[in-house]
Design a protein. Structure first.
Length: 272
């Protein structure tokens, strides 16, 4: 509890980026989480899910509350689109439903004027080879991206950020570039799956709008950043300081108060 009190003194500030975290720090709904986080961070990643049986898609009253909190605390929002979308699916019904699901959530959250929408270009399977037929999978992703952008003419393509996952990002980087999308550089994923962080910073930083940071332990991801190599954190923050003229969001993509407090304490020490 003492760490909560310390953190509530003021936002960390002094970084050349907007520091954020997820909307699942407290075991509560989205609005209580944002109310708790608003004095502490610059951005909140709103994590949405929507399936046939379960959804946390906000209604108009919740959106109105989030808009008010944004104005009161000078917040921004990043919107993480659902994890159960399959834009590269070989099944046309699944693919088109995934496009529609993304479009619906982007429509609902439009009044929040999100800083970014985070999207996963899921493979058909986990691992470094995302599909048996890579070109067919890539073609489906390309078609889904085009359809989504055409259905959202008022959303700038750069607001859609494709996240680095478990496969080499080279598989989809040309799709990102061709459609004018941005990159969500998930440094936690890069470290977890053994990809060279420095190389990705060099290659993709110019296209990166959002960065995710989290640690891992015993084969489990999204731990506090104290479980990440300190050299990676230093490498990242130094690079961002060097390129500080462009506005970006760095999201501590952790879940739960303990992981959040530990991560924020590490970030605070960087500016002491």
């Amino acid at each position: 509890m003492r760490s909560d009190i310390l953190l509530r003194e003021q936002k960390v500030g002094a970084f050349p980026f907007r520091l954020g975290t997820t909307s699942y720090i407290l075991p509560a709904d989205i609005v209580p989480n944002v109310e708790f986080l608003a004095p502490l961070v610059d951005d909140v990643e709103l994590v949405f899910f929507e399936s046939d049986k379960l959804s946390n898609l906000p209604d108009a009253a919740v959106i109105e509350q989030l808009v008010e909190l944004k104005g009161d605390h000078r917040l921004s929002y990043t919107v993480h689109l659902p994890l159960d979308i399959h834009l590269g699916s070989s099944d046309e019904v699944t693919r088109t439903r995934s496009v529609e699901k993304c479009r619906r959530i982007m429509d609902v959250t439009g009044p929040l004027a999100p800083f970014a929408y985070i999207i996963h270009f899921h493979g058909e399977r986990r691992g470094k080879e995302p599909a048996n037929d890579i070109e067919r999978w890539r073609s489906a992703l390309d078609r889904s991206t085009e359809e989504l952008l055409l259905s959202l003419s008022d959303v700038a393509p750069k607001l859609l950020c494709v996240e680095t996952l478990d496969y080499p990002f080279d598989y989809v980087s040309d799709i990102v570039s061709r459609h004018g999308l941005s990159v969500c550089l998930d440094v936690g994923h890069l470290a977890f799956y053994g990809y060279p962080v420095q190389d990705h910073l060099d290659t993709y930083m110019a296209q990166t709008r959002v960065i995710h940071l989290h640690g891992n332990s015993d084969g489990t991801d999204h731990k506090d950043i104290g479980m990440l190599d300190p050299e990676i954190i230093a490498m990242l923050t130094n690079r961002l300081a060097w390129e500080g003229e462009r506005e970006r969001v760095l999201t501590l993509e952790v879940f739960g108060r303990t992981a959040f407090n530990r991560s924020m304490e590490i970030m605070r020490r960087l500016v002491e």
